[in-house]
Write a protein that binds this ligand. Structure first.
Ligand code: ADP
Ligand code: GN1
Ligand code: MG
Length: 371
């Protein structure tokens, strides 16, 4: 879609919601890789300016946006009740969806794109890198707590918004197929990275096998627990709200733990081109471990806790493999902002996997301290 068409469809979407005043500005917002996110400023007429998050959902990736919004509404209204029971503020501690003028929790524009809007969470920030270790700890408590709040949620009623999202074994098989096809003739230059994936078949299979053997339970999980999917209060520095609920589905707790580690315990950005800056910081790993186990409030089994380091390694490996798959396919999934962006991202993830392998015993010892 061209820029003009985007603007016109966005304007159409804005017209079809009531944000309580006149929309006075629209800007692109955030660093998500999937949806198109905009910040709207609204003149509410009483001298105050309101803000709204408007998103064009990625229909290529989320094939059933209506089902997805059903999940989001069901999960957020469930969370709302739990948050009230705990004496919290449901307007800040969970996402709140705007209803479109036609009464639906989304708007479908005239070319079939789906738009949704969230109440803006004021005085809070989503971070792309750990600025203060305490923030990372707080995010761990919040992601653990999120899972605890949803522990009794009727999981069977959730739609699977992306099939096999963390089925690492299936992603491994698909990776091999993509290498085989090599549509964009990029495989020759990334032989080292391809070999890295092929050497890690066991990493791709272990968690799925343990789940099938009943050693790891399926729970309602977030499945995309990177630091920028949590809002941290600017004053209290508490992680107040888990956002980006598009992938809330039954999954493994160790994967929620692991995805946070791969993003937040890295000493470098996810797309850092200089790999000498990228390591797995064990003090951050420890802080997150402590916070996550606390946040889950005794819900994790002993086996799950023991497998936390494996969750970190598997999620990091899987994400690297996904970036490499996308690079080989011509950058069709993740948004990129420069040439070889997905390749840079893939390399940071594999560097982290190697570093975790080198630090494996230390990671296990850290987890043991909190069992
Ligand atoms: P994506 O799926 O593309 O990652 P997100 O839903 O995570 O999209 O949104 C992208 C960014 O927009 C977030 O990282 C955050 O900075 C901001 N954001 C999203 N929802 C809200 C909200 N309700 N209030 C304030 N900021 C938000
Ligand atoms: C995507 O939507 P966002 O930017 O929070 C992706 C995650 C990846 C992540 C890598 C639906 O997350 O799975 O781990 O990029 N989300 C989806 O940064 O594929
Ligand atoms: Mg996000």
């Amino acid at each position: 879609m061209g820029r003009e068409e985007v603007c016109s469809k966005r304007a159409e979407a804005v017209e079809n919601f009531d944000f309580g005043g006149k929309v006075i500005s629209i800007e692109e917002y955030g660093n998500g890789h999937i949806n198109d996110t905009y910040l709207l400023k609204v003149d509410t007429g009483n001298g105050t300016e309101g803000k709204v998050i408007l998103q064009r959902m990625n229909h290529e990736i989320f094939k059933q946006p209506i089902e997805l919004m059903e999940n989001v509404l069901n999960v957020t209204s469930y969370l709302r009740k739990k948050i009230i029971e705990e004496g919290g503020d449901p307007n800040r501690e969970t996402l709140n969806v705007y209803t479109a003028k036609d009464g639906k929790p989304y708007y479908k524009d005239s070319i079939g794109s789906y738009w949704r809007a969230y109440y803006f969470i004021e005085n809070a920030t989503s971070y792309d890198i750990v600025e203060k270790p305490e923030d990372f700890y707080e995010s761990a408590v919040a992601f653990g707590h999120f899972q605890k709040l949803l522990a009794d949620y009727p999981a069977a009623t959730l739609h699977e918004t992306i099939e096999g999202f963390h089925d690492t074994k299936a992603r491994f098989a698909r990776f091999k197929q993509v290498v085989e096809e090599d549509k964009c003739n990029r495989a020759a230059e990334v032989q080292k990275e391809i070999q890295f994936v092929l050497d890690h078949q066991e990493t791709a299979e272990i968690l799925g096998r343990m789940q099938a053997e009943g050693k790891l339970p399926l729970r309602v999980t977030h499945n995309d627990t990177k630091l920028n999917n949590i809002m941290i209060d600017d004053q209290t520095r508490k992680a107040i709200c888990v956002i980006d609920l598009d992938t809330v589905m039954p999954g493994l707790a160790v994967n929620d733990f692991g995805d946070s580690i791969r993003f937040g315990a890295s000493t470098g950005a996810e797309d850092e081109p200089d790999l000498s800056k990228v390591w797995c910081d064990l003090s951050l790993f420890e802080l997150y471990t402590k916070g996550f186990i606390e946040g889950c409030e005794g819900r994790l089994t002993m086996e799950e806790m023991k497998m936390l380091p494996m969750g970190a390694k598997v999620m990091t490996f899987e994400c690297g493999m996904r970036f490499l798959t996308d690079y080989l396919e011509g950058d069709v999934y993740f948004k990129i902002h420069r040439d070889k962006h997905n390749l840079d991202r893939c390399r940071t993830q594999f560097k982290l996997v190697e570093d975790m392998e080198a630090k494996w015993e230390q990671m296990e010892k850290i987890v043991e301290k909190y069992l």
